[in-house]
Each structure stands twice: as structure tokens, then as C-alpha cells.
Design a protein around this ligand. Structure first.
Ligand code: BTN
Length: 255
């Protein structure tokens, strides 16, 4: 039904009309031994989840609300690299669209015209330093018109339709995304993070750009200095010295 010519991804697809969150369904599927590459996709989420306990608006058939179940044999502290692999795949797929220039905001946001179009939520289940499974949740705003976005987020969020003035087939983009993800994932397993890092750099912020950095208890300004060989954020600490952050958020620009 999905007509996907894939090696392992989406061999099992759980497609539901309305769910609270595709992540919740995917956790359940994982516990019930669904295989590596299982996809959970919904037309609508009533309690879509974002990072840092935020909610994620996921209205009916407006976008891609999807979770990918993975069972990778990598150490748990490499799991966040899969977020960057996914962000790179999203950026690559979107960049094929005419006049669309995606920008990755480390670690997990895809921006168009500096407004958020997609986010990634990576959740991991591990036991004794072994990954049981990873869920990559992808939310991509596709066919929202400006009126579909709350006034308070209109300045921060956008959709493919708003940026291209065209409607897009959600299914078509999902298929492109999954095939590209499969290829990128296999390359990552084969060759490690280096090839992703190189591609990522085409879509990341410019080195030297001013950013606002937010950690769980602090916020300051510094320059973006790239990502490390493991995918960590390279930036400046409060006093201007170089620092490597594994977990942080680049906050909305203060420009
Ligand atoms: C973020 O930017 O904070 C991450 C947003 C992730 C949203 C997706 S939509 C599909 C999957 N199910 C969820 O509840 N969240 C993710």
C-alpha cells in the first residue's frame, strides 16, 4: 500500500487516523517486538510531543506526523547522532524543492526562512548500556496555511505550503523521506558519523554566526563554531572561551 521499494524501512507500517502521539504508539509497538524500521504514522495527533516537554501541533492531514522504530547496535551515547542524521535527511529532501533552502538549527530543527518547519524528537530505551530501541519522531508542517498557525507562533513557525505557495502530497514526501532515511542510516552504520557531518555542514548555521544558547538552567550569547566529530555543538561559553555542548538548545536569534 505504501509502494515503498525499501530494504528494511516501513516493512511494517502502523497508519492511524487519530492518535495522542505516534511516539506513544511506537513505544508500545517496540515493547511488543515490532521490527527495526517499523513506521507509525498518523493523520492527526491530539497530544503531539515536542522536545523539552513542549507540545507539538499536529492538525489533521496538514503535515507529517511520523515515528520510526530503530534497533541500532550503537552505544547509547551515540543515539543523538541519529537526530543529526535525520535532520540532514530532512534538509536534503526539502532542498530538492525549488526555491526551498532549509537551515538546520542544531540539533533538531529545520527552518525555512528562519522559521521552524520541522522538528525531531529522539527517544531511547536502554538497559545496562545497551540500546533496546530508539524512536525517531518527525513532525513536518506541510500544508498549513498561515491561518492554520496560531498568531503567537506565526513569527516562529511556517509550513512548506506557506513558503512555496503550493500544496504538497504528504504521502509523497513521506516516501521520499523514508527512502532517503534508509540510505543515510545504512551509510551511518557503515561509515560512522563523518559523512553525515560533512553533509550537515551544508545546511547548518554559518561559522561565526551569533546565537543564543540555552541549557537547562542558563542562557547566554556566543558564536556558532560548528559541530564536533561526534555531533556536539561547538560554541563559546559565557566568557567567550570555546566550549563543546552535548545537550543544549540554540535559542531564537536575538538579531
Ligand atoms: C520538537 O521540535 O520539539 C520535536 C517535535 C517532534 C514532533 C513529532 S510529530 C511525530 C512524533 N510524535 C510526537 O508526539 N512527536 C513527534
Amino acid at each position: 500500500k505504501w509502494g515503498l521499494d525499501s530494504k528494511w524501512i516501513a516493512k511494517k507500517v502502523i497508519h492511524l487516523e487519530t492518535v495522542e502521539s505516534t511516539q506513544t504508539i511506537a513505544h508500545q509497538a517496540a515493547r511488543e517486538n515490532s521490527p527495526h524500521g517499523t513506521i507509525v504514522v498518523a493523520d492527526e495527533q491530539t497530544m503531539g510531543r515536542g522536545r523539552m516537554n513542549r507540545s507539538w501541533h499536529s492538525s489533521k492531514e496538514k503535515g507529517i506526523w511520523l515515528s520510526i522504530l530503530l534497533r541500532p547496535e550503537i552505544p547509547p551515547n551515540h543515539a543523538s547522532q541519529l537526530t543529526l542524521v535525520t535532520a540532514t535527511v530532512l534538509a536534503e529532501v526539502l532542498s530538492k524543492i525549488e526555491n526551498v533552502e532549509p537551515l538546520i538549527k542544531w540539533p533538531n530543527d529545520i527552518l525555512l526562512n528562519r522559521k521552524k518547519t520541522a522538528g525531531i524528537l529522539t527517544e531511547m530505551q536502554s538497559e545496562q548500556d545497551q540500546i533496546q530501541y530508539i524512536l525517531i519522531g518527525i513532525g513536518l508542517n506541510v500544508n498549513h496555511s498561515i491561518h492554520d498557525l496560531n498568531e503567537d507562533i506565526q513569527s516562529k513557525a511556517t509550513s512548506l505550503r506557506i513558503e512555496t505557495e503550493k500544496e504538497w502530497s504528504v504521502k509523497d514526501i513521506i516516501q521520499k523521506l523514508l527512502i532517503a532515511f534508509e540510505t543515510a542510516y545504512d551509510a551511518y552504520m557503515e561509515d560512522g558519523f563523518a559523512p553525515t557531518k560533512k553533509k550537515w555542514e551544508n545546511y547548518g548555521f554559518k561559522i561565526g554566526e551569533n546565537i543564543a544558547i540555552k541549557t537547562f538552567n542558563d542562557k547566554w550569547q556566543g558564536k556558532f563554531l560548528g559541530i564536533s566529530d561526534e555531533g556536539a555543538l561547538l560554541t563559546e561559553s559565557k566568557d567567550g572561551t570555546p566550549v563543546k555542548l552535548y545537550s543544549a538548545e540554540i535559542d531564537w536569534f536575538t538579531e
